[in-house]
Design a protein around this ligand. Structure first.
Ligand SMILES: [Zn+2]
Length: 271
C-alpha cells in the first residue's frame, strides 16, 4: 500500500471511529526530507480519497494537489520541523479526550501501564486560536518529549513513526479518556502503587529491553523508584516522564523531562 493510500485509509478511519465530526481534523505523513502529504481543508475525513491529499514542503508551501492544505497545518509542521523521529501526525477532536482538554485535566498520572509505555506523558497545551501561530506556540514547550498532546478547548494531536502508530495513539488516547471518565462516575480512578510501579519497570525491561538504568542505579542520588514515588506526591515529574525518558534512552534520543531540560544534567527532585 502506498503512503498516500495509507493516509487516505487512516483519514477515513478517524471519521468511522467518531474521532472527528463534519470537516474536523487533519492527518499528514512525511514522504521524504522536504515533502509532506496532508489532507486538504474543508473535507469530511470519511470522504477523503487520494484526490484530497495535498503535497506541501517543510515551510507549508503547496507543491501539488487540488485545493488548500488543512488550515491547521502549522500543528503538523511544528512536529516535523522539531522531531526527526516523527513521520506522521494525526489531529482530531475526539469527544472524551477533548472533554478532558476542555476541563483542564491531564493524563500525567500513572493509571494505565500500557498507556504509559505506548503513549507516555500527555501534556495539556494552553489554548491557542486555531490556524494561528498561537496553537503551535502552545505545543512548543512539550514537542520534544511527547507522542500525544491535549489542546485546551480544542482537541488532541498524536505523533508517530508512521501513520499507523500515530493513528493508534489517537485511538488509545480516546479509549483511555473514555475509560477514566466512566471510572470517575464509578467513584474515581486508581493511581498505580509503588509496588505496581516496580513491577512495570520489570515488565518494561523484559518486554521492551529497557535496561539502561536499573532500579538501583541513581540520578542525583535518588533511585528511579524513589523518583517515581516522589513524583506522585510533588508532581514535579510524573512516572510517565521517567518511562518516556527510558524509551527515548533506548532509542538513542536525548532524555528530557517535562520542562524540556535534559534529565541527566539537572536535579529533578525537590527533596
Ligand atoms: Zn482542530
Amino acid at each position: 500500500m502506498s503512503l498516500i493510500s495509507e493516509l487516505v485509509k487512516y483519514s477515513n478511519k478517524t471519521y468511522e471511529k467518531g474521532f472527528v465530526s463534519a470537516t474536523d481534523g487533519n492527518l499528514s505523513l512525511r514522504l521524504d526530507n522536504n515533502r509532506i502529504a496532508i489532507t486538504r481543508s474543508g473535507i469530511n475525513k470519511g470522504d477523503v480519497t487520494e484526490h484530497d491529499i495535498i503535497i506541501i514542503d517543510n515551510q507549508g508551501n503547496k507543491l501539488e494537489g487540488n485545493g488548500q492544505a488543512s488550515s491547521e497545518l502549522k500543528i503538523h509542521l511544528l512536529a516535523y520541523n522539531n522531531r526527526t523521529d516523527v513521520k506522521a501526525v494525526v489531529h482530531c477532536h475526539p469527544v472524551y479526550a477533548t472533554a478532558f482538554a476542555t476541563s483542564k485535566a491531564d493524563f500525567t498520572q500513572p493509571v494505565f501501564p500500557e498507556v504509559i509505555l505506548t503513549i507516555g506523558p500527555v501534556p495539556l497545551c494552553k489554548y491557542g486560536t486555531p490556524s494561528t501561530e498561537e496553537l503551535p506556540n502552545s505545543m512548543k514547550p512539550h514537542i520534544q518529549h511527547s507522542w500525544a498532546m491535549l489542546l485546551e478547548n480544542h482537541g488532541a494531536v498524536t505523533f508517530g513513526e508512521d501513520i499507523a502508530s500515530a493513528y493508534n495513539r489517537m485511538e488509545k488516547l480516546e479509549h483511555t479518556a473514555k475509560t477514566i471518565f466512566i471510572s470517575k462516575l464509578l467513584g474515581g480512578k486508581n493511581i498505580l502503587s509503588e509496588y505496581e510501579v516496580e513491577k512495570l519497570y520489570s515488565i518494561a525491561e523484559n518486554t521492551y529491553g529497557i535496561k539502561s538504568l536499573s532500579k538501583h542505579n541513581n540520578l542525583e542520588g535518588k533511585s528511579y523508584s524513589n523518583m517515581a514515588q516522589n513524583s506522585l506526591t510533588n508532581s514535579e515529574i510524573s512516572f510517565s516522564d521517567i518511562i518516556d525518558a527510558r524509551l527515548r534512552a533506548r532509542a538513542g534520543n536525548q532524555i528530557f523531562n517535562k520542562y524540556n531540560k535534559p534529565l541527566n544534567s539537572k536535579p529533578i527532585n525537590k527533596s
